[in-house]
Design a protein around this ligand. Structure first.
Ligand code: HEM
Length: 212
């Protein structure tokens, strides 16, 4: 039970810190995500965004923000180790049977052969490109596997995505976000504290201004 708790709370909160970091560093994306949510007609008379609002609207831009944050910062950069059952050849490399294999999903998600300008935060890449539009994070598309693949893939994906949508939607709906003490967006670092989960090394300090 404790393992499931850590697998969920740590990964979800870390991904949300990366998403907010990316949005603070990319004010145009922040504005677009806020406009999408604030335009929801179902929110009139309401204090907060609820799951049913997200379900009705779909919020494609917010979903693209979450995908792009998971691609760029890849909360769990290495999948659980696998062991090869038989000898196999990948890209000309022979891998003997019973070898422990680690898949680096961060490297795949940031590979310039697969992604145009992978170092840029561009949620639009999931909306404008026909091929990338269909990427669903469930492990069917090998260029983006933040939740892993196959029978050992993350069992918490549905809860993770629903939680992140709801929390981020509320943060973006209810508040405008600034940097403190004249800090510039370029000064916000993206240093990683390495581990099974890639945490942001230095805390993200932002100033919230309540909108409603
Ligand atoms: C943004 C949030 C999350 C991310 C990025 C994430 C990512 C991952 C990844 C990459 C794996 C390894 C998959 C593989 O090797 O193929 C994994 C496994 C796992 N995740 Fe998640 N996860 C998240 C949220 C959650 C949540 C919310 C739960 C539970 C409620 C959860 C429970 C687990 C468990 C129990 C495993 C181990 C599965 C096994 O050993 O077969 N995760 N997760």
């Amino acid at each position: 039970m404790q393992n499931v708790y850590f697998a969920s709370a740590d990964t979800i909160s870390t991904t949300m810190v990366w998403a907010m970091t990316a949005l603070i560093k990319n004010p145009k994306s922040m504005k677009k995500a806020q406009e999408e949510i604030r335009a929801l007609t179902t929110l009139r008379e309401k204090q907060m965004v609820e799951e049913e609002d997200i379900e009705a609207a779909g919020l494609p831009y917010l979903n693209a923000v979450i995908k792009e944050a998971l691609r760029m910062y890849t909360t769990v950069p290495l999948l659980l180790p696998r062991e090869t059952m038989t000898t196999c050849t990948i890209d000309g490399f022979e891998i003997p049977a019973k070898t422990l294999v680690y898949v680096n999903v961060w490297a795949v998600g940031n590979d310039p052969l697969l992604w145009e300008n992978p170092e840029d935060f561009m949620p639009e890449r999931f909306l404008d490109d026909e091929r990338k539009l269909s990427i669903d994070l469930k492990g069917h598309d090998f260029e983006l596997m933040p939740f892993g693949v196959g029978r050992r893939g993350c069992p918490g994906i549905t809860m993770a995505l629903a939680t992140m949508q709801l929390v981020l939607a509320n943060l973006l709906y209810l508040f405008d976000w600034d940097l403190p003490n004249g800090m510039k967006k370029e000064d916000v670092d993206t240093e990683i504290f390495p581990g099974m989960t890639s945490h942001k090394k230095n805390p993200l300090c932002v100033v919230a201004r309540k909108m409603y």
